[in-house]
Design a protein around this ligand. Sequence first.
Ligand SMILES: *Cc1c(COP(=O)(O)O)cnc(C)c1O
Length: 404
Amino acid sequence: MNVRDTFTPWRQDYRPATRAAQGDGWRSPATGSIPPPIELGATFARDERYRSPAGLAYLRDQGTPGYEQVEQVVAGLEGGRDAMVFSSGMAAATAVFQVLPAGARVVVPRTMYFGLTKWLAEFGGPRGLDVVSVPMDDLDAVAAAVAAAPTALLWAESPANPTWLVTDLAACADIAHRAGALFAVDNTVPTPVHTRPFELGADLIMHSGTKYLNGHTDVVAGFLVAAPRPDGAADEAREALWERLRLHRRLTGPILGPLETYLLMRGIRTLFPRMRQISATAQALAEHFAEHPHVSRVAYPGLPTDPGHVIASRQMRGGFSGMLSLHVNGDWQRSLRTAENCELFIRATSLGGVESLVEHRYTFEGPGSTSPKDMIRLSIGLEDAADLVADLEQALERAAKEER
Ligand SMILES: *Cc1c(COP(=O)(O)O)cnc(C)c1O
């Protein structure tokens, strides 16, 4: 449905925060309504000459009319040429691995989102992908792994869940391209507010839209974004991959429903002010607990003492996002008790919402977890920073007392 035709086309040179706030200036063609209509059709009627009035046939094939706005806005925020919405971040991420030919070699981070590590172990490898995992902070190891045999794809996530290890994205893009591999980036944690991977050489961006993009803990969604064409030239390998991904979504059906699509677009409108405040609060908390007697280390790329700080400062702008982890002193159960003692931080998995969450990742991930046992992961929300600091102070203090 070409809603835009009824209004002046939205200027592509508006800055990302402007594009997010106004959702690229879309209107309901029927009424001028500023929020988009929610069209619930799973199928779409044809006229007496068998034409589809809006080019839509079936929800799994083309999605709902709301897709066009949310995909255009997310493509615009990343500076990409196209985007596709999925039913979850995992649906988007695994689509990339599923469209690769059998036997394809993929190089992935040793530390990244646990669900993807698990999918590659349970399905990717057993179904014929040659999966090689590397420590992404060791660029020599990344280069050696990519050069050891023809490689289809290098995957990165920075800062990476749950240790917030920073990856040098521009260097990885270079390594991948010299070897003829594509370079894909999970940009969920920094969001395009803080990192724009296409400017650093990425070919493909993936998002869990569940997290900061939606931002309100009420939608599970994902995105893939296609890189812009360099100098407008067609790039056959990248474009063939994108067409395969579109076909994959049509034929396997990991689509987002119309109601969730509406909520997702509403959340994205406030992405910029949310990220600015969340990142400022996370920085304040990281600095406060960096010198704390009950904390042995704070993992946060915004701290000058963090091993990833120099690279993060180069590839992130305006802040370092809202995720940090505290390593708690004492026996490892003290970190679990700290989470148990929180009163304002909510004990829950996930991240990127307006409410602050605390998670003992090792306990959540269960057998096979590589998360440090002494670590609690924090997702910072929009509460007053002083209340968050006070809550952690009392939780750490009680956990330390309980040990004696
Ligand atoms: C949550 C998350 C995913 C998975 O997304 P879902 O929407 O939960 O499927 C992937 N990568 C990162 C970094 C995440 O935080």
